[in-house]
Structure formats: C-alpha cells, structure tokens
Design a binder for this molecule. Structure first.
Ligand SMILES: [Fe+2]
Length: 144
C-alpha cells in the first residue's frame, strides 16, 4: 500500500539536524543561545548532508533553515514553516513556563506559521478539557 503522504527529505533533515550546532556553540561561546546555534549548525549539517549525498539544492535549503530556526529572517518555505512550528510546539512550555491559556493565547496566535501548527498549539496549550496525553508537558530540551 502506498503511503497517503510523504514528508520531504528536507523537512526530515532539518528536523533531525536543526540543533546540531549546540555542542559547538557551547564549546566556542560557552552558550547554546539560538544565535550561536544558527552560526555553528549549518556547516556541521552541510558536512553530514554532503556525506549522505543529499543534492546541493536541498542541502542549501536545510542549512538555510538551520541558520534561521530561532529568528525568522527572510525565509518562508513550507519546509521552514513546518520546522518552525514543530520547534515551537516542543518549546512553548519552556519559553513560557506556567503561563495560563489566556496569557499564552496571543503568543500562539502570533508565532505559529501554519494552520496545523496553530491548531495543535491551541489544543495543547489553550484548552483545559483534553486528555492528559495531549495536555501541556514539560520539555527536557528547552528551545534548542
Ligand atoms: Fe535550536
């Protein structure tokens, strides 16, 4: 049976590699701040992707996504939006710990770049009548 949909290689690669610069950032700057990740991540990701044989166009795109994954600056592709929203879904509890739904609502409306991401965030963070498996959870990785 053929899959109903497929996830582009560039989304998978960006999802796996977007935080690849953390260790190097910590070594060089004693900080894993997003800005440093965006500097250090792309060269490491590029080396990996080239070794894996990903084509140059997609490699460039993934590296661009990694270089912007904490600060949107002029990249608006579907692949970027998916990574952006997935990262926010994981990291909102760490970015806004303990915030009540009323206070989080404008954040959710503002930061999500896809309708699906926004709907998931609304379900996860703005409603209180959902099963525990879908309710707020703390992330151990922070906004990384
Ligand atoms: Fe990150």
């Amino acid at each position: 049976m053929a899959p109903r949909y497929s996830i582009p290689d560039s989304v998978v690669a960006a999802a796996i590699l977007h935080d690849i610069g953390i260790h190097e950032a910590e070594l060089k700057y004693k900080s894993s701040a997003g800005h440093y990740q965006e500097i250090e991540g792309p060269p490491i990701a590029r080396a990996i992707l080239e070794r894996l044989g990903l084509d140059p166009e997609r490699t460039d795109h993934v590296c661009k996504i990694i270089s912007l994954h904490h600060h949107v600056r002029g990249l608006d592709t579907p692949e970027f939006r998916v990574l952006w929203d997935a990262d926010w879904l994981v990291n909102i509890p760490d970015e806004y710990p303990g915030w009540e739904p009323e206070r989080l609502s404008p954040i959710v409306k503002k930061v999500f770049a896809t309708n699906t991401g926004r709907r998931l965030a609304e379900t996860r963070f703005l409603t209180t009548d959902v099963p525990p498996a879908y309710s707020k959870s703390s992330s151990s990785c922070g906004r990384t």
